[in-house]
Design a protein around this ligand. Structure first.
Ligand SMILES: Nc1ncnc2c1ncn2[C@@H]1O[C@H](COP(=O)(O)OP(=O)(O)O)[C@@H](O)[C@H]1O
Ligand SMILES: [Mg+2]
Length: 253
């Protein structure tokens, strides 16, 4: 049977030096769901996202207390293979960041790093990943052209395809459409909804309409705390906390 719960945090606190950026976060993320993180700028959304694949380990002076479990394993235990973790839990950023190489090589990069050399197998992975990211039709005739020649929206889907190529289970997206035009944004939103069949997705968005359109669950962050976490429907139509209501109705933030 499939687990209902893919990610669980308990008593999660994070400090940047003296600055207490995440405060006692207890959150469960359901398998094959889209969870949106909303809240004003600087409230800890990106920080939280980075705790889920230990990207904060790369920042000096960070101290983390508490638990983050993925498939019931605490990823902060000392014996955890961080490279394998980041393969399983991939991340897409605000600005698309393709490597300065061909479309093909961008996608083949991860599998090659993990030791795959067979050209036919790589071809298959490239095609499958680009199809998975709804980009294949647009780039199949330019696989060997520079990825940086693609439009911003195509580059963002390429970055998603690059993740899919290493067969992740969780996709973390940090405001993936904030640098894109409305049509590219819509394509990414459709793609994200498509992807939840196979992946578990956590997405930060400052766009509340986007959270309401695409997510199943929403967490409202404020000053490093999760004020309210519920189904997206409840958060947007019947929030329990006054602060959530103020935020979603635009009275704050
Ligand atoms: N690398 C860092 N070093 C020190 N402080 C940081 C760092 N990254 C974020 N912060 C601080 O942590 C808080 C939360 O930031 P962040 O997670 O980026 O918020 P959000 O994504 O919600 O805008 C902010 O006060 C920010 O200034
Ligand atoms: Mg952020």
């Amino acid at each position: 049977m499939q687990r209902q719960e893919k990610i669980r945090t308990r008593g999660l606190n994070l400090f940047y030096g003296e600055h207490h950026a995440l405060k006692d976060i207890d959150l469960n993320v359901r398998t094959h769901s889209i969870t949106a993180l909303i809240g004003p700028s600087g409230c800890g959304k990106s920080t939280f996202l980075r705790t889920l694949n230990r990207m904060n380990d790369l920042i000096d002076g960070v101290r983390i207390i508490g638990e983050v479990s993925i498939d019931d394993e605490n990823i902060y235990q000392p014996n955890v293979d961080v490279v394998a973790l980041r393969k399983k839990v991939g991340m897409v950023f605000q600005r698309p960041n393709p490597f300065p190489m061909s479309v093909y090589d961008n996608i083949a990069y991860g599998p090659r790093i993990h030791g795959l050399k067979d050209r036919r197998k790589l071809d298959e992975i490239v095609e499958k990943s680009l199809k998975g990211a709804a980009l294949w039709e647009e780039v199949k005739d330019r696989l060997h052209k520079p990825a940086l020649g693609l439009s911003g929206g195509q580059q963002q889907r390429l970055c998603i395809a690059r993740l899919l190529a290493v067969e992740p289970e969780i996709l973390l997206m940090d405001e993936p459409t904030s640098a894109l035009d409305p049509i590219s944004t819509l394509k990414i939103e459709e793609l994200v909804q498509e992807l939840k069949r196979e992946y578990t997705i956590v997405i930060v968005t400052h766009n509340m309409q986007q959270a309401a359109r695409i997510s199943d669950f929403t967490a409202y962050f404020l000053n490093g705390e999760v004020v309210e976490y519920d189904t997206t429907d409840v958060i947007f139509t019947n929030p329990r906390d006054q602060r959530t209501e103020d935020y979603i109705t635009g009275r704050f933030g």
